[in-house]
Design a protein around this ligand. Structure first.
Ligand code: COA
Length: 389
């Protein structure tokens, strides 16, 4: 059996702010944002999109008549949950018309949630090869206007189906994991913006990466050069580069160039979206699949997942013959290219319109949001979702 990622899709809303515009507005040298942080554009999330709608909009690209009835596990990885009790996965199941006999729930561990979901889905499909799982990582990354973390905001969703005969990436049986109680990034229940000790988080991320990749290679009797590329959790793309630089000295000059070139392919999309927390690693995987010219079926990819707080995991996947998909690439480039560029004041206004935690009942006009699924407010404390005809 080749249990792994069978389909992968991505959604981000229709607005972005250009990082040179943001740097100028914040009196920063644009190269700090473009090179020092490694971002060119940042997704801005309107109040008519939330974790559920973005997850559903991304899942539209991976659910069709060929697999809809097979989905019997629905996992939403998110740290931007919309209810303290009911999971977003149940709304997702309903919006997508998935089976009522599916098990649906949400997982939270900062940016690690989608990886936890994938690992759980892998075990599930191993036991039930005729069934499939839908795993979605969806988040809105908010730090606040004029904060140090502002440059690392963003949002969106990556949806994947996990199947027995995967066409994209067969998942490794083993992983190396490492966790510890670390206060590098957190969001108390009374806040819509995260708190972060960014430089400390960078250090912990790199430590966890080095620990888990070395443990994985040693335990599985592998060398770094058995891998054709590495993908990283990318809250901002420079962070992955910092991780990669930790292990480059272990490689020859030629291999270093190769890994650096694959890394560039793996951050093409992330540079234009910014942080989508749980989805970031899988957007980077998608970016690698779509933008690398050097990869072949059978190649092994190293995958590093990190969720602040903190949980790290390193595992690998083997590319399957269907990993390239020109239609998928075209669709993602259309999503990114057709977005509206906001001025910085327009971004600040949209950012401030994000619903407050104690907003009560309200109605949102979704006429400007042409996505298939939208959020239209709260009625009698119940969230309202619309499906466009
Ligand atoms: N040209 C090129 N690079 C420049 C530059 C210029 N003109 N000016 C600064 N830089 C570089 C710095 O050298 C630095 O690079 P380094 O990280 O390789 O040392 C980088 O830009 C960032 O500069 P720094 O002064 O460290 O920025 P900052 O103090 O504003 O903090 C973050 C940056 C990323 C720490 C901050 O945005 C943050 O905390 N973000 C949230 C991160 C997060 O979410 N972590 C948890 C999730 S895993």
């Amino acid at each position: 059996m080749n249990v792994g990622i069978d389909k992968i899709g991505f959604f981000t809303p229709n607005y972005y702010v250009d990082m040179v515009d943001l740097a100028n507005a914040r009196n920063e040298n644009p190269n700090k944002y473009l090179i020092g942080i490694g971002q060119t554009e940042q997704a801005v999330i309107p109040n008519t999109q939330d974790t559920v709608t973005m997850a559903a909009n991304a899942a539209l690209q991976v659910i069709d008549d060929s697999n809809r009835d097979k989905i019997s596990l629905i996992i939403l990885g998110t740290e931007t949950g919309i209810d303290n009790s009911k999971s977003g996965a149940i709304y997702l199941q309903n919006l997508l018309g998935l089976s009522r006999h599916a098990r649906a729930f949400e997982i939270k561990q900062a940016c690690y949630g989608a990886t936890a979901g994938i690992q759980m889905a892998k075990e599930f499909v191993n036991l039930h090869p005729n069934q499939q799982a839908l795993v979605v990582g969806a988040d809105v990354a908010r730090y606040g206007v004029r904060t140090a973390g502002e440059v690392t905001q963003g949002g969106g969703a990556v949806a994947m189906t996990i199947a027995a005969d995967s066409t994209i990436l067969k998942l490794s049986k083993n992983s190396s994991v490492y966790s510890d109680d670390i206060m590098d990034f957190w969001r108390p229940l009374n806040r819509t913006e995260a708190l972060v000790d960014g430089h400390y988080s960078n250090d912990i991320y790199q430590q966890f990466f080095v620990k888990t990749i070395h443990d994985y290679l040693q335990t599985n009797d592998m060398n770094l050069t058995d891998l054709s590329a590495l993908v990283f959790h990318l809250p901002y793309t420079k962070m992955g580069l910092k991780g990669l630089r930790e292990i480059l000295p272990e490689l020859s000059e030629t291999d270093q160039k190769h890994f650096l070139s694959e890394f560039e392919a793996s951050r093409v999309y992330n540079k234009r979206v910014g942080n989508l927390y749980t989805g970031s690693l899988y957007l980077s995987l998608l970016s690698l699949l779509d933008n690398s010219d050097d990869l072949h079926a059978g190649d092994q990819i190293g995958i590093f997942s990190y969720g602040s707080g903190a949980q790290g995991e390193f595992y690998t996947g083997t590319l399957q013959p269907g990993f390239k998909n020109s239609q998928r690439k075209k669709q993602i480039n259309e999503i990114l290219n057709q977005r509206t560029r906001l001025t910085v004041p327009e971004y600040e206004t949209m950012f401030a319109q994000w619903p407050k935690l104690d907003a009560g009942d309200y109605h949102l006009d979704d006429l400007k949001d042409h996505s298939q699924f939208t959020f239209t407010g709260v009625n009698e404390s119940k969230r309202q979702y619309q499906t466009k005809a």
